[in-house]
Design a protein. Structure first.
Length: 85
């Protein structure tokens, strides 16, 4: 259910915020495949997403050429909330 990653199932998602699950409240980037960055304090998620998106835009502007296949063509998604259940 985590697009592109077989390691996160619907059952894993149902264990959200449970001790020793693959989907804890603040996931660690080295535990769950597909989690690129992790945040601690509230408010850092959007800053991480903006920084990653800016880096992708910069890399695309620098390395993508009009007459060649795109090298940088990924997207950044940010799932955020304010103490959601």
């Amino acid at each position: 259910h985590l697009t592109g990653f077989d390691s996160v199932s619907i059952e894993d998602l149902k264990q959200f915020r449970q001790w020793d699950s693959k989907t804890p409240g603040h996931p660690e980037s080295f535990i769950t495949e597909g989690v690129e960055v992790t945040t601690g304090p509230l408010g850092q998620g959007i800053a991480n997403a903006v920084g990653l998106a800016m880096a992708e835009a910069h890399l695309a502007a620098r390395f993508n050429k009009p007459d060649a296949p795109k090298i940088v063509d990924q997207y950044t998604y940010c799932i955020l909330g304010d103490g959601c259940n």
